[in-house]
Design a protein around this ligand. Structure first.
Ligand code: SDX
Length: 438
């Protein structure tokens, strides 16, 4: 980050045209992407706050983890394009990259895989926690509860100022999320929990815990395992999205890592965010057939109708979400490998995409399919129930949350997150006693 060129400071000048006062603020340049105006001294020097509901023009932090060019539809993790990572890496490769800044060599990878693998089991007493939930609880409710409760079990990884505690907590969270997620599914269908196996891969382990039973061997389909692993890569991190920002602001108060990740899961659950993948499948199911698409597109454009096309639009991407492109191809590949040639939901999804990309409303507002539009079709083909879709998003995004959380704690500029406001409420007035209130 630099704020000088040839020794000359780069600044912007803000002038209050009510009294002609003006102030200079530094321009900070990153390695790529938009420059920023450093307004850290704005209030102290001018008495002004900035006003930016939804943070549409606000950089909340400095980060080296993920870069998005929304205009061009580019996503990079530590400088590597998401398309290359999805094609050539596996999820634990990407986890190592996000946490450490470099892709692992063979020795580093072997140790990382060993360490994560040996954190996949849960404290046995947590099984009792599941029994407190109704069988028909939404699995995201279980995820928020169980992850938050981990801080009651793992006291040796709570000190956020101890790098070793932070590393152990990070490994535990990445490793245990699939176990916790699969247990939430098994609990919902009344089947016994399946323990993690240390001799199979990360995605394979998840599918095994989801679908194996004690009654017979479960053969893992390598095509499905690879599809699962690729989906995890595509959901791993995404700059300062709502749930990551939630984790960062929770972490800025020095809350323990498990509480911070539980807050991220809660934020991701919303249908405007990670909950959209479940909402997309429900929407495609409701549309049912291609001939009903125009009716739903009309509703999406009707300002008086709260309905939105789920899986479309994005705060940052004003182009095709690169993850959606990979997932679209993966959906075709998985269905082909499974011998499914007439998946009506994929037919409806592709026709819906075709129609919207030719529609003036969507073109003008730059609304393209996002990561959630095709993922549910793959999840369905993998046998994952719709209610578990956002759980899988949370499972994949955990590494992004912990990488961003670690970066925040290690950032010497970081302070507790405490935004201000534009107050438009009542100004001071005399207290009105009950007898005066009528
Ligand atoms: C994720 O931030 C991230 O990086 C998130 C994520 C990640 O990896 O972490 O990428 C994951 O959350 C993807 C987004 C999943 N959500 C959905 O698919 C839900 C449907 N999409 C939207 O609700 C919406 O597009 C958002 C929430 C994604 C983005 O909202 P913004 O940036 O606040 O944009 P907006 O709501 O102001 O919309 C701009 C305009 C509006 O019209 P006008 O008021 O300007 O007339 O576009 C319209 C909106 O009405 N619009 C839509 C629409 N999305 C936006 N109209 C119809 N259908 C839609 N889906």
């Amino acid at each position: 980050m630099t704020d000088t060129t040839n020794g000359e400071r780069k600044t912007v000048t803000i002038t209050d045209n009510r009294d002609g006062k003006s102030w200079d603020f530094p321009i900070l340049e990153g390695s790529t992407g938009p420059d920023v105006i450093d307004v850290r001294r704005l209030y102290a020097d001018t008495g002004f706050f900035t006003f930016d509901p939804g943070f549409t023009s606000t950089g909340s932090c400095e980060s080296r983890i993920t870069f998005i060019d929304g205009e061009k539809g580019i996503l990079m993790h530590r400088g590597y394009r998401i398309e290359d990572l999805a094609e050539h890496s596996d999820y634990l490769d990407v986890c190592y990259l996000l946490l450490n800044g470099e892709l692992p060599g063979q020795g580093q990878k072997d140790k990382f895989v060993y360490d994560v693998t040996h954190h996949t089991m849960l404290h046995e007493q947590l099984i009792n926690f599941y029994k407190g939930f109704r069988r028909d609880s939404h699995p995201m409710a279980i995820m928020v509860g169980i992850i938050g409760a981990l801080s009651a079990f793992y006291h040796d990884s709570l000190d956020i100022n101890d790098p070793r505690h932070r590393m152990v907590a990070s490994y535990r969270l990445i490793a245990k999320m699939p176990t916790i997620a699969a247990m939430a599914y098994k609990y919902s269908i009344g089947q016994p929990f399946v323990y993690p196996q240390n001799n199979i891969g990360f995605a394979e382990n998840f599918l095994h815990m989801m679908f194996a039973t004690p009654c017979e061997p479960y053969d893992i389909n390598p095509v499905l395992a690879r599809a699962m692993d690729r989906i995890l890569i595509l959901h791993a991190d995404h700059e300062q999205n709502a749930s990551t920002s939630t984790v960062r602001i929770a972490g800025s108060s020095a809350a323990n890592p498990f509480a911070c990740i539980a807050s991220g899961i809660a934020s991701l659950w919303g249908p405007a965010h990670g909950g959209a993948n479940e909402a997309v499948l429900n929407m495609l199911t409701e549309i049912g057939t291609k001939d009903r698409i125009p009716e739903f597109v009309k509703r999406a454009k009707d300002k008086s109708d709260p309905f939105r096309l789920m899986g479309f639009g994005h705060r940052v991407y004003k182009n095709y979400d690169p993850r959606a492109a990979v997932l679209k191809q993966s959906a075709h590949d998985v269905l082909e490998d499974l011998g499914v040639h007439d998946e009506p939901l994929l037919e409806v999804a592709m026709e819906l995409e075709r129609i919207t990309l030719e529609d003036e409303y969507f073109i003008e507002k730059k609304l393209f399919p996002n990561v959630d539009f095709y993922s549910g079709i793959i999840f369905k083909a993998l046998g994952i129930p719709t209610s578990m879709f956002t759980v899988l998003f949370a499972m994949a995004r955990t590494v992004g949350w912990v990488a961003q959380w670690n970066e925040m704690i290690e950032d010497p500029k970081q302070k507790i997150g405490r935004p201000r406001q534009l107050y438009t409420g009542q100004t001071e007035r005399r207290y009105k006693h009950l007898r005066e209130r009528g």
